[in-house]
Design a protein around this ligand. Structure first.
Ligand SMILES: [Zn+2]
Length: 82
């Protein structure tokens, strides 16, 4: 018997993938859950490039926005804006 051979049980925690949106012009930042993308007429797995082309900053009207995905982990440390 090989006692070192342990089987890890994968545990899937409920996590939400969110998309952070930062305006490069005025610094306005927001985020949307990935599952809300259909609200913008996009597929849930749309590329961020596609998303970025659709976005206009609500504050200043700039199209220079940066987007990135992150996983919202309620047990982890909160994300701190730099
Ligand atoms: Zn802006």
């Amino acid at each position: 018997m090989d006692s070192r051979k342990t089987q890890a049980t994968p545990i899937f925690l409920p996590m939400t993938t969110r998309i952070a949106i930062d305006c490069l012009n005025c610094g306005h930042a927001t985020s949307v859950p990935e599952e809300r993308l259909p609200d913008f007429g996009l597929e849930p797995k749309s590329s961020l490039v596609t998303l970025s082309k659709r976005l206009v900053c609500r504050e200043c009207g700039s199209k220079a926005v940066r987007t990135f995905r992150y996983v919202e982990d309620e047990d982890g440390p909160p994300l701190v804006p730099q």
